[in-house]
Design a protein around this ligand. Structure first.
Ligand code: NAD
Length: 476
């Protein structure tokens, strides 16, 4: 029996409860894991005041000292990857191996961001007169961040690592559905010696918390990961206060498999990426456009790969796909399948909830899906793969780019010139050719079009948390 963890709000260096709580469910069993306290308005005000105080301390701490604390937090997290992974699986459902891997990966993200903070170089510009003209980068200030439930460690850590490395303080509202992992991350930072007020964790009614925090004058940056409609709302709220924001929103990633690609290899790689985290990934491949010459072979191998997926409780050995994280996703999957079938698509595999406790949905393959089906126009965010044939590559690219989103895109081809055509043609911020690459610490991830703006990862990730100051210094 794996025990869950203590849940709480973390404000100004102290854990606290609250009079109002919400239950946290295990999506594999529907059992209650714990009760999460929700922040009151007074708690949020305390968190902002703490972040202001914490910012003053943290920004003036020598960079070596800051980096050492962040590395210690990363080491603590890595040493607890088993425990954090189990908590993550309990509350989110993903297989333990994926969850443990996520904990280790985000420890590396923290190390990478912390080291990159040493390189937040400014520059000195030769000037026309007696002034010394320089450009400096400084932390933007206290940050308000909001993260979802699909990567319970990755979501919060991306924001905390970048903010703290840049010298900012943060008030983060992690998901109320996966709060245990966020609490565990915070414990690592606390034990590593992050000063009071630098890192504050709250939970509450998402709309109320975000409205309140974004309106606070002391909050200088808004960072959000989640759906496009919520992202637009928060960006508008930030814009009305003239605050910068970073928006990591959804997508609907096309996969183009060209006539010269190996359809078996492409199908295996694409199916693996499709069913990771039960498809609840913003960069998940979600529209499969396959050249008619290799279509049948691709579909056969993709279906075989779907059949090899072992669905079950993520804590059980051998399970490769857990439940969906919440009943909203189950309902969305059912709607998308019935809409596609009613429009003439063929349901080749899955298509329904699995008859057992928990929010399990079968790996699903649809073929011949019409372009106007819901699953082709709205992000499925679940284990559904719609596959359609194409004849002309330009037409396939036009289909790929026809939606208002542009997060990830994938192409399979053996020709370098076709690869270049895809690279130039895809309207997306994250491209992979001949594989389905995941996000990495050292390179930026982020969307174009309605998939948002700002980057996470790489030097660009840190830039979002810095402001630029031009200094013209006339020597006295
Ligand atoms: P949702 O839009 O209700 O919520 C998405 C996330 O935003 C949740 O964590 C939620 O707590 C938070 N949220 C909602 N309203 C908010 C507000 N006013 N202020 C601050 N945070 C707010 O959707 P959902 O049912 O949780 O997820 C469904 C859709 O969300 C998916 O179809 C997918 O498109 C999107 N999503 C995207 C990501 C991503 O990584 N980009 C992650 C999770 C969900």
């Amino acid at each position: 029996m794996t025990s869950y963890t203590d849940l709480g709000l973390f404000i100004d260096g102290e854990w606290s409860g609250g009079s109002q709580t919400v239950p946290v469910l295990n999506p594999a069993t529907e059992e209650v894991l714990g009760h999460l306290p929700l922040a009151t308005v007074a708690d949020l005000d305390r968190a902002v005041a703490a972040a202001v105080k914490g910012f003053a301390v943290w920004r003036s701490m020598p960079v070596d000292q800051r980096v050492a604390i962040l590395h210690k937090a990363a080491d603590l997290l890595a040493s607890r990857a088993d425990r954090v992974g189990r908590i993550m699986t309990l509350e989110q459902g993903k297989p333990f191996k994926e969850a443990r891997g996520e904990a280790l990966r985000v420890a590396n993200t923290l190390r990478w961001d912390a080291d990159d903070a040493r390189r937040a170089y400014g520059r000195i510009i030769p000037s026309a007169d007696d002034t010394v003209l320089s450009v400096r980068h400084e932390p933007v200030g206290p940050v308000a961040a909001f993260t979802p439930w699909n990567f319970p460690a990755g979501g919060p850590m991306r924001k905390i690592a970048a903010a703290l490395s840049a010298g900012c303080s943060i008030v983060i509202k992690a998901s109320e559905e996966t709060p245990g992992t966020a609490c565990e991350l915070v414990r690592c930072f606390v034990e590593a010696g992050v000063p009071h007020g630098v890192l504050n964790l709250v939970f509450g009614d998402p709309a109320e918390v975000s409205r309140h925090l974004i309106a606070e004058p002391e909050i200088r940056l808004v960072a959000f990961t989640g759906s496009i409609p919520v992202g637009k709302l928060l960006a508008a709220q930030a814009g009305s206060e003239m605050k910068p924001s970073l928006m990591e929103l959804g997508g609907h990633a096309p996969v183009i498999v060209c006539a010269d690609a190996d359809p078996v290899v492409a199908a295996r790689k694409a199916a693996f990426a499709k069913f990771v985290n039960a498809g609840q990934v913003c960069t998940s491949p979600s529209r499969f456009l396959v050249h008619e010459d290799v279509y049948d072979e691709f579909v056969t191998e993709f279906v075989a790969a779907a059949d090899r997926v072992v669905v079950g409780d993520g804590l059980d050995d051998g399970v490769t796909m857990g439940p969906l994280a919440n009943p909203r996703r189950l309902k969305a999957m059912e709607e998308m399948v019935s809409d596609a079938v009613s429009r003439g698509a063929q349901l080749v595999r899955g298509g329904e909830r699995i008859d057992r406790a928990g929010f399990f949905f079968a790996p699903t393959v649809l073929t011949g899906v019409p372009a106007d089906a819901l699953v082709m126009t709205e992000e499925p965010f679940g284990p559904i793969a719609p596959i359609v044939p194409f004849r002309d590559l330009d037409a396939a690219l036009a289909t790929a780019n026809s939606l208002p989103y542009g997060l990830a895109a994938y192409g399979f081809t053996r020709s370098s010139s076709t690869a270049e055509r895809l690279i130039r043609g895809f309207e997306a911020g994250i491209l992979s050719i001949n594989h389905c690459g995941g996000s990495v610490s050292e390179a930026p991830s982020g969307g174009v079009k309605q998939s948002g703006y700002g980057k996470e990862g790489g030097p660009e990730g840190l830039e979002g948390y810095l402001v630029t100051k031009r200094v013209s210094h006339l020597l006295a």
